[in-house]
Design a protein around this ligand. Structure first.
Ligand code: ZN
Length: 99
């Protein structure tokens, strides 16, 4: 897997002449997403994208901790329902096929 643009990301809005743009900028200063605004409007929820990306690593670590410290299925071969949900979410977060 290639490295993603470093976080934190932030919403960026700028104007050049009569063109207005909105998008997302990474911690390295590079624009990750950008779109021209029409009449100052855009239907893309950049704030949601930024929140999701900026908490991604924390959420992955939290799910891994939950699974590694589960008292319900810790010694069992089969994961409990909560760990199965956590495993499915981690697979999506890491772009892996569910086991
Ligand atoms: Zn469990």
């Amino acid at each position: 897997m290639t490295e993603h643009t470093p976080t934190p990301w932030e919403v960026e809005r700028c104007q050049s002449g009569d063109m207005e743009m909105q998008g997302v900028r990474g911690a390295n200063g590079r624009i990750v997403i950008a779109d021209l605004l029409r009449d100052g409007q855009d239907d893309i929820d950049y704030a949601f994208i930024v929140r999701a990306v900026n908490c991604h690593e924390e959420l992955v670590k939290a799910l891994e901790r939950v699974m590694n410290n589960c008292v319900e299925c810790g010694e069992e071969d089969e994961p409990c329902v909560d760990c199965e949900c956590a495993r499915a979410a981690l697979a999506k977060a890491k772009e892996e096929a569910p086991a």
